[in-house]
Write a protein that binds this ligand. Structure first.
Ligand code: T3D
Length: 262
């Protein structure tokens, strides 16, 4: 457990790998701290245009490490709201607010908080052998890490309830059929698909992507007229970027654009 997180700096993007494969990359305190720091570092890197999150070994992430949660009869129960407030919520808020696209490369089982961290990414691509499990109900908990927010939005109300209440595993291909994730691909094609997409984002109009994310996030609570006003304002910003000017020139000159990420 010496390096619970691996970070790879690639041309224009980063890959963070959860690295406790023996525990299916479940979160102990060291991994919580290292993961948050790695996401914060990516955010602070002006050259970072996309972030990939994946898991080492056969799993993506099995949520909280439950070996840290075992109590004997008569022990005072742990206050889980403290872990949520200290680790999960700051992580999820930071992840959702990143100003560039995030891709979850779900290489294997994604359970509990692990499933909901994946679902908080902008784009989820899963290996066909992967499964999404809202494992919480099986141990008497509720979906956290944004699950009660993202599940109804991504899977629909009926499916969200069944997934949350049963904790039954959802195969990646079903998740893709439901529109809960972007796609399920053959296991051996996962990283090449993800890399191609990350490279595309890394070479893309980063400010435009950020504005797209802001607009879609705001639409969760805006009414139609308010959203139209927001689109006006954000399009105003987008139209002032050098990348927009380049995009139009490249289109008219029938050549690929050379975006600079500004
Ligand atoms: O506590 C708080 O701070 C509140 C926050 C909560 C957030 C949460 O995420 S709560 C939900 C926690 N996660 C779970 O309940 C999932 C537990 N894991 C599983 O149900 C299963 O492992 C899976 C369905 C994910 C995978 O099953 P399978 O059969 O493919 O693998 P396995 O044999 O169960 O796991 C492999 C090993 O990883 C095994 O260890 P061993 O026997 O080889 O020594 C297993 O114990 C370990 N492992 C898997 N998940 C966890 C774990 N160890 C600790 N914590 C885990 N979450």
């Amino acid at each position: 457990d010496e390096t619970p997180i691996l970070v790879e700096l690639r041309e224009g993007y980063r890959v963070i790998t959860l690295n406790r494969p023996d525990r299916l990359n479940s979160f102990n305190e060291a991994q919580h701290k290292a993961f948050f720091a790695a996401v914060a570092d990516a955010e602070a890197d002006a050259a970072c245009g996309a972030l990939v999150i994946t898991g080492a070994g056969r799993g993506f992430c099995a949520g909280q490490d439950l070996s840290d949660r075992v109590t004997a009869e008569g022990d005072a129960p742990p206050d889980l709201s403290v872990t949520i407030e200290t680790y999960y919520n700051p992580l999820l808020k930071k992840l959702r607010a990143l100003p560039f696209p995030t891709i979850a490369a779900v290489n294997g089982v994604a359970a509990g908080a692990g499933a909901n961290i994946a679902l908080a990414c902008d784009i989820v691509i899963a290996a066909k052998s992967a499964k999404f499990i809202q494992a919480f109900a099986k141990i008497g908990l509720i979906p956290d890490s944004g699950g009660t927010w993202s599940l109804p939005r991504l899977a629909g109300a009926a499916r969200a309830r069944a997934l949350a209440l049963t904790g039954d595993p959802l195969p990646a291909e079903t998740a893709a059929d439901w529109g809960m994730i972007w796609k399920a691909v053959d296991d051996d094609a996962l990283m090449s698909e993800v890399t191609a997409l990350a490279e595309r984002f890394a070479a893309g109009p980063t400010v435009g992507y950020d504005l797209i994310k802001q607009a879609l996030d705001a639409s969760e609570t805006n009414d139609f007229a308010t959203q139209l006003d927001l689109e006006r304002d954000l399009q105003g910003k987008a139209g002032r970027t050098p990348d927009y000017a380049e995009g139009v020139r490249a289109f008219m000159e029938k050549r690929p654009p050379n975006f600079v990420g500004r």
